[in-house]
Design a protein around this ligand. Structure first.
Ligand code: PD2
Ligand code: ZN
Length: 287
């Protein structure tokens, strides 16, 4: 491992050396120190190590049968900002988890916007359906005892404003989003734990993903809070997000596989009523 020129670029030899060091059990800090001692500049060394190890892990993951990772929506959280500029609104960052990637936002929606969405949705509610991955159609699902409806993307000024805000917040094209779904949960209603991506093993999945690719991220916005119960849970990491009106939880999944640990569910409402709006984000334009 040596550097000869001033304008440094990680070489294939350096990348091979990084992998061999990691395979031999050397920790990241000692590998980095060895690179610095050989004359590599810190930013080149750090970038080379991160990208090489990420690439190596991905090669191994695919070799062991996992679906390949794809780019996912990701809010601009470098340097841990307390607020994010979502265009027409300043959104609070309340909590972040790296793996699974989960971010809790505060005040993404105003209380007026929440009430308006509920008001527009109410006359159009029906027992919730889920995508039937066996056929690619829709079906009533006993695991989901809520009432719901979908807005078309950009259906009215309110929906359009919120969709633009989400696109800016999550740095993901508005056109890659499915239409907003509104759900109402009364006492006892719940959404049993599930993954939001479409299971590649199901026969209906190729038809579903023709319309914009896989789902790669979910934003659940709380429009109406129950007095008790109704939290969004991530059982693999023992996380529960309280359904606070105007707040939201975002999570992403770079491959349609349980290794993402994005199993999540809506706990039964114990008292009061819970309302949410869900925005599912696809890889590509959703038609
Ligand atoms: O209402 C929830 O907390 C919840 C839980 C799991 C919503 C969804 N999934 C969803 O809309 O995908
Ligand atoms: Zn879900």
């Amino acid at each position: 491992m040596s550097t000869t020129e001033n304008r440094q670029q990680a070489t294939p030899e350096l990348r091979e050396w990084i992998i061999s060091q990691a395979a031999a059990g050397h920790n990241a800090e000692s590998v980095l120190q060895a690179m610095l001692a050989s004359g590599w500049s810190e930013d080149v060394a750090v970038e080379a190590m991160e990208s090489t190890l990420r690439g190596h892990l991905e090669t191994q993951a695919v070799a062991s049968g996992l679906p390949p990772a794809v780019p996912v929506p990701e809010p601009g959280l470098d340097e841990s900002p307390l607020y994010l500029d979502a265009g027409d609104r300043r959104v609070c960052v309340l909590q972040m988890m790296a793996s699974p990637r989960v971010v809790v936002f505060g005040e993404l929606l105003s209380h007026e916007e929440c009430d308006q969405l509920i008001g527009l949705a109410k006359p159009r509610l029906a027992r919730s359906l889920t995508v039937a991955t066996k056929t690619g159609g829709e079906e009533v699902n006993a695991d989901r005892t809520s009432n719901g409806m979908f807005f078309q993307r950009g259906e009215n000024e309110l929906v359009s404003r919120i969709e633009q805000r989400i696109a800016r917040l999550l740095i993901w094209p508005e056109e890659n989003g499915e239409g907003l779904q509104i759900l109402q949960y009364g006492p006892g209603a719940e959404y049993k734990p599930h993954y939001d991506y479409f299971d590649p093993a199901e026969p209906g999945t190729p038809t579903i993903v023709k319309r914009g690719g896989q789902r790669v991220g979910t934003l659940i916005m709380y429009l109406g809070e129950p007095q008790k119960g109704g939290g969004t849970v991530f059982p693999d990491v023992h996380l529960e997000v309280a359904p606070r009106k105007g707040n939201a939880v975002f999570f992403s999944y770079e491959r349609p596989h349980p290794s993402t640990r994005t199993l999540h569910g809506g706990q039964p409402v114990i008292e009061g009523e819970k309302w949410i709006a869900t925005k599912w984000l696809r890889e590509r334009r959703f038609e």
